[in-house]
Ligand binder design. Structure first.
Ligand SMILES: [Zn+2]
Length: 300
């Protein structure tokens, strides 16, 4: 009887062991819960140039007149370079002024030709993303680049998604147009996202962009401090530049920001979306990622 009990208990032990085939054994690579091989990720660290601790890019959309009237001159007076994602029609109306903005060292980016957004916006009903195709978006972005190059003599290398939206189509037919942007531009900027970009990890084709309009200096400073804690890249997008009001970046906020960024002890690198994107693409190769941010080395 005692022998039988021993035999039964051994059988249970064997069954129990065979049902635990996921147990990690010494010398074997660890497995995830789904049994896929687990590759250790490279450390999420990234060094900004020299003694910088945080990257900040200011960008402004739609070629609003206040950008050339007051915004660009204010930034230029502090030596701060920004990115202007222009719409073609207003660019043409103030062409001489926009040429001066470009000559001052600011970046001119692509913001599409028709500014297609979801048709839930009444202004976008006739050019709704829900009714667009990838081929139409590709043709539109190429046309906008050609028109901007024809007017200013420079071809945009970064793009800002109108309304921050990145899709075409409806329901099961929805497609992302991020690949259309990724194949044409060094970077694509979103809008009304929630946080700074991790320069070691971020997808340059869909950079997180935060709303700059309406922020007080205290609010903007808090965003910079958060980004600095992670050595991040804060990308901001605004529209009008003035005293305040709807879709307007405050002049007093910009002035305070420029003064703060000028002080070396604050460790802020302010530059255009294109310049910081180039730096990230080139420097994270050393971290085992390719220029797009994929784990190039780890996959080999
Ligand atoms: Zn816009």
């Amino acid at each position: 009887m005692r022998m039988m009990i021993l035999a039964v208990s051994m059988g249970v032990a064997v069954v129990g062991l065979s049902s635990c085939s996921q147990v990690e054994l010494p010398g074997r690579p660890p497995k995830t819960a789904r049994g896929l091989p687990h590759q250790p990720l490279p450390p999420m660290q990234f060094d900004w140039p020299q003694d910088k601790q945080v990257g900040v890019s200011l960008s402004f959309d739609d070629a609003r007149t206040s950008q050339v009237d007051v915004g660009a001159p204010l930034l230029s007076s502090y030596g701060v370079k920004a990115t202007f994602y222009v719409s073609v029609a207003p660019l043409r109306e103030r062409l001489a002024d926009w040429k001066a903005v470009l000559a001052a060292g600011h970046e001119i980016g692509n913001h599409s030709l028709r500014h297609a957004c979801t048709g839930n916006f009444p202004f976008a009903r006739e050019k709704a993303l829900e009714d667009c195709t990838l081929e139409q978006m590709a043709a539109e972005l190429d046309r906008a680049n050609a028109e901007i190059e024809g007017l200013l003599g420079v071809r945009p290398v970064t793009f800002a998604y109108p309304c921050g939206q990145k899709f075409v189509g409806r329901g099961v037919e929805v497609k992302s147009y991020v690949p259309v942007v990724a194949s044409r531009f060094l970077a694509g900027r979103g809008w009304r996202d929630e946080m700074a970009n991790n320069p070691a990890f971020c997808d340059l084709a869909q950079l997180l962009g935060l709303d700059l309009d309406g922020l007080t200096w205290e609010q903007l400073k808090a965003l910079i401090d958060q980004a600095r804690e992670r050595h991040g890249w804060l990308v901001l997008g605004g529209h009008e530049i003035g005293q305040g009001g709807r879709q307007t970046t405050r002049m007093d906020t910009l002035r305070s920001f420029c003064e703060y960024a000028q002080d070396p002890k604050n460790g802020v690198w302010v530059d255009t979306v294109a310049n910081i994107s180039r730096y990230i693409a080139e420097h994270r190769v050393a971290l085992g990622r390719d220029r797009a941010g994929s784990l190039a080395v780890a996959r080999r």
